[in-house]
Design a protein around this ligand. Structure first.
Ligand code: G3H
Ligand code: 13P
Ligand code: ZN
Length: 349
């Protein structure tokens, strides 16, 4: 099956009332782990690459691997997404490669660190939407700023500094026409999100619900959604790692989000922890090993297990065969005719 539009995946998820995990990849083993899990659970899936991932793997290697995944798994709808695009040029280059979806993260300036103004965000996101939709490609925007820093990307902080304002979310959706909207509700990237199990003072599910009530037809995106399970932390620490105690986003909060308009759930850190724990275990317990396959195979299996659990928890399991992929050219025609217009003033009618 060719790569599928992320918009179609999310529209189907909205119809079915489930969420779709968007899993970050940097290499072949991570792509294979996701596809193992998708096959096992019969799930549609979003695979995403950050700018750092594209640089690490070199664009062409990574994209050809995704094409191989699509060819080897004809029954699984796969959307290939640029995670946290920092500029029009980054998104344009992803589209040129064949990505079927891009995130224009205009919540930060092009440096990927400094929060931008609302007007700057609207302007650059609108420009990407015009360019991408003409080519049938999906666009995710972000309003509000996440906490933490990954690979140099992020404003830092706890995640509570720039919580999304629901009024601004409505104006942003109207003025940009994005297909999906990432919001900031107190989560941050990486392992260190919360210093205890989060409650409503730090994880603002009430804000998410307020936004969903104002934008019932908008696909919401939760970033920083790793749960950072204690079992995975423990494995890393048991075999020589030194993670400090930390808490992620509980699965039941993500499920509450999914009941309130969340259709895309971004997970990277949990997979990083799973792979690192598995690799550490081999190297710690069998120090004589030096064939990368001896530790990459268990690492891949550990990641597949996490991904398959998330696919079941988010509800996408079992939905791979629900629909026939719409060609990207047809998506472009749908945007042109206004059929796929998401602006709240239009979608409400
Ligand atoms: O945006 C956050 C993802 O976890 C990707 O992280 O930029 O280190 O590849 P990265
Ligand atoms: P985590 O660090 O919580 O896995 O978040 C990943 C993410 O939001 C990628 O964009
Ligand atoms: Zn993110």
């Amino acid at each position: 099956m060719p790569l599928v539009s992320m918009r179609q995946l999310l529209d189907e998820a909205a119809k079915g009332g489930y969420g779709v995990g968007a899993f970050n990849v940097n290499d072949m083993e991570q792509i294979q782990a996701i596809m193992m899990a998708a096959r096992q659970t019969k799930s549609p899936v979003i695979v995403q690459a950050s700018r750092g991932a594209r640089a690490f793997a070199e664009d062409l290697y990574l994209f050809k691997l995704i094409q191989a995944a699509a060819e080897l798994n004809p029954d699984i709808p796969i959307a290939m997404h640029q995670d946290h695009g920092n500029s029009f040029e980054t998104c344009k280059s992803a589209i040129a490669l064949g990505y079927t979806s891009v995130m224009m993260d205009g919540s930060l300036k092009e440096d990927g660190k400094t929060p931008s103004t609302f007007e700057e965000n609207v302007e650059v996101t609108r420009r990407v939407v015009d360019y991408a939709h003409e080519r049938g490609v999906t666009v995710e925007g972000e309003i509000g700023v996440l906490g933490g820093v990954e690979d140099g990307h992020g404003a830092g902080g706890t995640g509570l500094e720039h919580i999304t304002d629901p009024d601004q979310a409505v104006e942003f959706a109207e003025r940009t026409g994005v297909d999906a909207l990432a919001i900031a509700i107190g989560t941050s990237h990486g392992a260190y999100k919360f210093n205890k199990k989060p409650d409503g003072s730090v994880l603002k599910m009430d804000v998410l619900i307020a936004i969903h009530n104002r934008l019932p037809h908008t696909h919401l995106v939760m970033h920083g959604s790793s749960s950072v399970p204690k079992e995975l932390q423990d494995i890393v620490n048991e075999y020589g790692g030194s993670l400090k105690p930390t808490w992620g986003v509980p699965i039941e909060e993500i499920q509450l989000g999914i009941r309130n308009g969340v259709r895309k759930v971004n997970v990277d850190t949990d997979n990083r922890l799973a792979m690192t724990g598995a690799i550490r275990k081999v190297l710690w317990t069998q120090p004589e090993k030096f064939d990368p396959r001896d530790y990459m195979k268990p690492a891949r299996e550990a990641m597949a297990k996490v991904v398959s659990e998330r696919m079941t928890e988010f509800g996408q399991a079992g939905h791979a065969g629900d629909y026939t992929p719409i060609p990207i050219s047809e998506m472009a025609a749908g945007y042109k005719s206004g059929k796929l217009d998401t602006r709240p003033s239009v979608a409400a009618h």
